[in-house]
Structure formats: structure tokens, C-alpha cells
Design a protein around this ligand. Structure first.
Ligand code: PLP
Length: 510
């Protein structure tokens, strides 16, 4: 038999007791694998056999751009500017990270061309899907291993579709009791004839995500979302969650957020779910902090009885764009599968799934754990240093990779108007200074989401550059200098030069 890496060959070996139809599909794929492995020559043959690896990074980004520029200089110019920005500015948006060269090389592989609707090596609608099915299975197996889950789905195209899939799989859609408009809440006509399942989630202004029931989002259009908030100190208000759950008897309680710097009391949420007339489904959306969970640095919600756990693969985890849905419950897994495909999507993105498999392979290494630790330690040092500079943080610190600055009541003035600095102005002053962060609502914010009274920053990319505590202290000083001189072009130019010096000292090498 042709030489194929054992880990791949095992997928085409006969499976005892398998149904005849599946056995025939597997045998067909075996023919494809062995005939191709026999036919090809040279490097490809070696790589199929699992040998021939070289220890050099797979991508030279500038060389790729140079070859693109010959056919499309205009597009290449924009991409080159993005490259220059990543290299020379400090990108500190907590939902972003740098996908390593290995991941980006995989994204450009011919897996991008594959349609492989269905699941499992013998459960596809098209032929020619053997290699991509192995890729998907490796991603699922690694996800289960890294997060200690019994079942994994890696096909959702991103975090929002993954959330849709779970809602569609586990909840009954219908009307909300109240319809939220820009002017407030009004009772919904005909609600009693077609009530939707209720979901209790963290409010958007408190750090929740659009897909957790923003009135403009599909989630609030098809399901009845109500929101708990945070305490005056900025921590999830579990007492309020419990009170609301008792009143509204939700079908699901959702934990997890986009702008919440703390870990969660999953034990308490599980108890609240179980105390209801019909136990609520306990869902966790750990889109932001999945990398820290994978490294054992934050609590793993599956160990605290979460029924279903969603996350994106491109934030702390550092993979390509995509999402994973985990559960320990086979029935939930089966429902989620059907909801993802054919319920919601056609073909999945197999180049992304291969990139997910790669980052999950990396997640098993000490290098990954060290990187995640640096992300978390850096966030902690940065939050301390910002506070030492007199800057107010929501919840007074962070347990994860992100920091939320509350700009209110801090005497920050936007010099061009002489009025209080808002989130939008602050984020633009910082961009002009070479610091890419985002404006963000803060608890109790009265400014519109387009303006906001806060800014959010994260340490994923700073850690990927190898920066540590001294650089976090320097960056805190730079942020303070910009905020206390908001809108002063001379200060922005001065800080930008300091950022250029920092990024030159800590180049992006991954
Ligand atoms: N869930 C949470 C908590 C998020 O923060 C995000 C994105 O920021 C998403 C879901 C949506 O992910 P995506 O943008 O990949 O659709």
C-alpha cells in the first residue's frame, strides 16, 4: 500500500460492523488516497507520507505582495498598507490577534476550493472529499482533547452563525412579549398566539454581544431575549440574574460577552438554571477568552456543567476566522449539527477548518501555553499601570486579555471642542498616535453606541510580539499622554514616534 501518514491512513482502513453504504464510500476514498499517493512524485509524495518537513516559516508576506502587485497594484497597495499597519502600529483590539504564518499559509491552500457538505468521512454529498473530511475530523478531535469535550462542531463560518445555530437547534422561535424599538418597549401584538422561548443574557451596554439579543439583531427578532447587567463595581450581577430567571423562567441562560474583563461564576449559573420550573439550558459564549481556557488560565465552563459552549477561533485562540461549538450531550450535538448544516449553511470553509486544526495542534504545546500566559499577564500589568496613571477601569482590573476604560468623570477634555472626551474621539486620537484600540459602551452609558463613553483594549498582539511588563508600563504611559492631551497633533506625533520605536524593537515575526 502507498505510503500515507498513519494518522490519515487510519481513516480509510475498513471499519468493523460499518454499514455497507459507508464501507463502500470508505473503500472509494481508500482507492483515491492510495492511487494518488502512488502516482505523485517528489516533495508531494514525501509530504503525504508524513516526511519532508522543513523548519522555515511558510510565508514571506512581502514576497507574496510583490507577486500580487504585478496583476493588481491598486488592491496590493491597500493590502500593503494593512501589512505596514500591523508591523508598525500597536494593534490592541481584543477581538483581534495575529494568525501565525502557518495558519495563513493553510488559508491559501487549495482546501479553499473544496465543497464538502455533510459530516464525517462517509457522510458527504460529493465525492472527492476524503482529504477535507480527514482535516475536519482532526480539527474536531483536537478541539475535544484541548477543551475536554465529548463532541465538537467546527463548521460554523464564524461566531455569530455559531450562535444562530445553537439558538435554532435548542430554542423555539416566535414572538417576543415586548418589541424593542429605538423609542422603548411596546407589547407585541398577537404575542400569546406564538410566543418565542425566552433567553436571559448579559446586556449589550454591559458588555454583551449583538447576537445576545440586540433589538436589531436576528436573535431578538426570533427569540425573546431579556438582559441582566453588572453591579456598580462592574461584575456580573448574579443576584439580578437569579431574580430575573425566577420571574421570566427562561429556556436558556447565556453567559459570555464581548467587553467583560472578568471570569464567571459558572457554578452559580448552573444552580440558577437547575432551580427553574423547567431547567434552563446553560450556554456559554467564550468567543473572546477561549485561548485562555485552552491554556488552563481561565475556568473551563464545561467543567462547571455548561450544556453548550461556543467560541470564535480568531481572538485569544489566535487561529483563522471561524467558530467551534462544544457539548458533552450527544442529543445537543446532533441537533446543533443539523442546525449548522443543512439548517443554516451550505458548504463549510475547509481552509479555515484546516487552520483551526493547526491552531488546536499548537494549543497542545508549551509554547502556546506560555503565549496565553503572557497575554493574561500583560493585561494584568497594563491594567495596573493604567490605574497608577489615574485612569478608571470598569471592574477595576481584568482576569482575561481585555481592559475597559471608563472615560466618564476623569477630566479628559477633547481640546478641539473643549468638552468631555467621548469614546469615539479617544479611539481616533489613539489611532493617530499609532495605538489601535476601539471605542466601547460602558455600563450605564448614556452616549449612543456610535459614540460611547469608553474604550476597550487587549493584549493578544502585544504578547505575540514578545512584549512584556516593561512595555505594558510604557504603553500605559502613552495612552495616558494621549488621553490627557486629546486632540493635540504634536502629542500624537510624539507618541507615534514612540510606538514606531517599540514596534521596531518588537517586530511581528509570527
Ligand atoms: N460572540 C461574542 C461574545 C463575540 O465577542 C463575537 C465577536 O466579537 C461574536 C460572538 C461574533 O463573532 P464573529 O464576529 O466571528 O461572527
Amino acid at each position: 500500500m502507498a505510503d500515507i501518514h498513519d494518522g490519515v491512513r487510519k481513516y480509510v482502513e475498513p471499519v468493523e460492523g460499518e454499514k455497507a453504504m459507508s464501507a463502500r464510500s470508505r473503500a472509494t476514498i481508500a482507492t483515491t488516497f492510495t492511487s494518488l499517493a502512488d502516482h505523485v512524485e517528489g516533495a508531494l509524495k514525501d509530504l503525504i507520507a508524513g516526511v519532508g518537513g522543513v523548519d522555515t516559516p511558510p510565508l514571506d508576506d512581502v514576497a507574496v505582495l510583490a507577486s500580487l502587485s504585478a496583476t493588481d497594484p491598486e488592491l496590493t497597495s491597500a493590502i500593503a498598507l494593512n501589512e505596514a499597519q500591523w508591523r508598525n502600529y500597536l494593534v490592541m483590539i481584543p477581538s483581534m490577534n495575529v494568525a501565525r504564518k502557518e495558519v495563513r499559509a493553510i488559508l491559501s491552500s487549495r482546501l479553499t476550493d473544496i465543497y464538502a457538505e455533510g459530516f464525517d468521512i462517509t457522510g458527504r454529498y460529493y465525492t472527492g472529499t476524503g482529504p477535507s473530511s480527514v482535516v475536519e475530523d482532526l480539527a474536531c478531535e483536537r478541539a475535544k482533547e484541548v477543551f475536554g469535550a465529548s463532541f465538537a462542531n467546527v463548521q460554523a463560518l464564524s461566531g455569530a452563525p455559531a450562535n444562530v445555530a445553537v439558538y435554532l437547534a435548542l430554542l423555539t422561535p416566535g414572538l417576543s412579549e415586548f418589541t424593542t424599538t429605538r423609542d422603548g418597549q411596546i407589547p407585541t401584538e398577537n404575542y400569546a398566539a406564538n410566543p418565542a422561548d425566552r433567553v436571559l443574557a448579559l446586556g449589550l451596554a454591559e458588555g454583551g454581544h449583538l447576537t445576545h439579543g440586540l433589538f436589531l439583531n436576528f436573535s431578538a427578532k426570533f427569540f425573546d431575549f431579556r438582559h441582566y447587567g453588572v453591579t456598580g463595581e462592574g461584575f456580573v450581577d448574579y443576584d439580578q440574574m437569579e431574580r430575573m430567571a425566577n420571574e421570566m423562567q427562561p429556556a436558556m441562560i447565556l453567559v459570555g460577552a464581548s467587553a467583560y474583563p472578568r471570569d464567571y461564576d459558572y457554578d452559580r449559573v448552573r444552580r440558577i438554571c437547575d432551580s427553574l420550573e423547567a431547567p434552563a439550558i446553560f450556554m456559554v459564549d467564550m468567543a473572546h477568552y477561549a485561548g485562555l481556557v485552552a491554556a488552563g488560565l481561565m475556568k473551563n465552563p464545561l467543567e462547571y456543567g455548561a450544556d453548550v459552549v461556543n467560541f470564535t477561533t480568531h481572538k485569544t485562540l489566535g487561529g483563522p476566522r471561524g467558530a467551534i461549538i462544544l457539548t458533552n450531550d450527544e442529543k445537543i450535538h446532533q441537533k446543533v449539527r443539523t442546525a449548522v448544516f443543512p439548517g443554516l449553511q451550505g458548504g463549510a470553509h475547509f481552509n479555515n477548518i484546516a487552520g483551526i486544526a493547526w491552531i488546536l495542534g499548537f494549543a497542545r504545546t508549551q509554547a502556546f501555553k506560555d503565549l496565553q500566559k503572557l497575554i493574561q499577564d500583560n493585561a494584568s500589568v497594563l491594567s495596573e499601570a493604567l490605574q497608577e496613571n489615574g485612569i478608571k477601569l470598569c471592574s477595576g482590573g481584568t482576569d482575561n486579555h481585555l481592559i475597559l476604560i471608563d472615560l466618564r468623570g476623569q477630566d479628559f477634555t477633547f481640546q478641539p471642542t473643549g468638552k468631555d472626551l467621548n469614546g469615539r474621539q479617544a479611539s481616533e486620537c489613539l489611532e493617530r498616535s499609532g495605538l489601535i484600540i476601539n471605542r466601547n459602551g460602558v455600563p450605564g452609558d448614556t452616549r449612543k453606541p456610535w459614540v460611547t463613553s469608553g474604550i476597550r483594549m487587549g493584549t493578544n498582539v502585544l504578547a505575540a510580539r514578545g512584549m512584556g511588563a516593561p512595555e505594558m508600563e510604557e504603553i500605559a504611559g502613552l495612552v495616558h499622554r494621549v488621553l490627557t492631551n486629546a486632540g493635540d497633533p504634536a502629542v500624537e506625533a510624539e507618541v507615534r514616534e514612540k510606538v514606531f520605536a517599540l514596534t521596531a524593537k518588537y517586530p511581528l515575526t509570527v
